[in-house]
Design a binder for this molecule. Structure first.
Ligand code: KG4
Ligand code: ZN
Length: 340
């Protein structure tokens, strides 16, 4: 009898994480992520350094993914890679690698949109987690993205709103930087916020129509507020760090929940899924759980390792496209801007 299991090797290199995964159909056999620590001392991702690190990491990361999955490269059915959106120099590394390996092994090549992958990560086989039914709303929140998407089927998606300037993760990280916290500051703000009063310092919410977001004004108002208070009391930041972080986080969560509430009202879709690195935030998780009880939403949050940038999410899209025989040829090129 023919073995119907398809083994997909997936490559992700859109930003500052080099990742490779092997999937057996919808199941993840390995998901290796090499983080690039180099950016920490610059307080943000430096594109030139990111592409160089990808080039250094890609072969060992793929090698490790195959070993961990206990799969020989000759058993692979196809190779899926992130075509975009992302940093061009970073995308080129994964794209070129995937093309060469697919050519060498004479197997199909599958291009994947990174934003679709964040959403379809919910379909990775995971017995501990439920999977949303269509249609559902997906909010992708990370250091690079802030988007609300209406997902009608695997490959029928409509972007309802997105950020007009900074991503929500940047709002966390830039606020943390103003507070003198190391990069990436999102998880640190989350931790301090647990001990603080979220209503201690009210920050203004931006007025943006519809389902779009804006975070750059918030960052500026936090900066001015801290400058004013530090003039009066040089120890203001250190003495009130928990209350400041709780207030910043509260404002950001209010912005996200306000938009989600509008999206649910507009679409009458009450299934709400989130993804992206900021989905790790304990506050947003709690707010979603509350929305289940208070507003009758069904909410979905993938495992943390499938929220942040990872190749397993590229692999699940690769598998779904494999079933549709949705392959690309060797002339495919990376796309820094790539709308869903
Ligand atoms: O998805 P991700 O790993 O990379 C991309 O940006 O695509 O997301 C990283 C972002 C950073 O901005 C980081 O500060 C934020 O996610 N983040 C958090 C938390 N954990 C990660 N933000 C708030 N609270 C957290 N617990
Ligand atoms: Zn991402």
């Amino acid at each position: 009898m023919q073995n119907s299991t398809k083994y997909i090797l997936a490559i992700e290199s859109s930003c500052d994480d080099t990742s490779a995964a092997v999937l057996a159909n919808e199941k993840v056999l390995s998901n290796v992520v090499a983080n690039q620590e180099i950016h920490q001392k610059y307080g943000g991702v430096v594109p030139e350094l990111a592409s160089r690190a990808h080039q250094q990491n890609i072969v060992p990361v793929v090698d490790q993914a195959l070993k961990q999955a206990n799969i020989n490269k000759n058993q692979l059915s196809a190779i899926a890679f992130t075509r975009g959106p992302g940093l061009m120099g970073s995308l080129l590394v994964g794209t070129s690698f995937a093309k060469s390996l697919a050519l060498g092994l004479a197997i199909p090549l599958i291009e994947v949109n990174h934003m679709q992958a964040h959403i379809l990560a919910h379909f990775i086989e995971d017995k501990t987690q439920k999977t949303p039914k269509f249609p559902f709303l997906a909010m992708t929140i990370s250091g690079g993205h802030t988007q609300i998407v209406l997902v009608k089927s695997y490959f029928e998606m409509e972007v309802l709103g997105q950020t007009l300037d900074d991503a929500v993760g940047e709002a966390f990280d830039k606020s943390a930087k103003i507070l003198g916290l190391p990069y990436p500051g999102g998880p640190l703000i989350d931790n301090y916020a647990k001990e603080g009063n979220p209503l201690a310092y009210p920050f203004p919410k931006p007025k943006v129509d519809g389902l779009n977001f804006s975070f750059s004004g918030l960052k500026t108002s936090i900066l001015y507020f801290l400058q004013r208070e530090t003039q009066k009391n040089p120890q203001f930041k250190s003495e009130n760090i928990a209350d400041i972080c709780a207030s910043i986080q509260y404002t950001i969560l209010e912005i996200l929940m306000d938009k989600l509430t509008i999206a649910v009202a507009q679409t009458e879709v009450k299934r709400v899924a989130i993804g992206g690195g900021v989905a790790a935030n304990s506050g947003i998780r709690q707010r979603l759980r509350e929305a289940e009880n208070k507003m009758g939403w069904e909410t979905y949050i993938p495992k943390f390792e499938y929220c942040t940038d990872n190749a397993a999410m590229i692999g699940i899209v690769g598998y779904l496209k494999y079933l549709n025989k949705d392959f690309v040829n060797q002339s495919v090129v990376a796309k820094a801007r790539y709308v869903i």
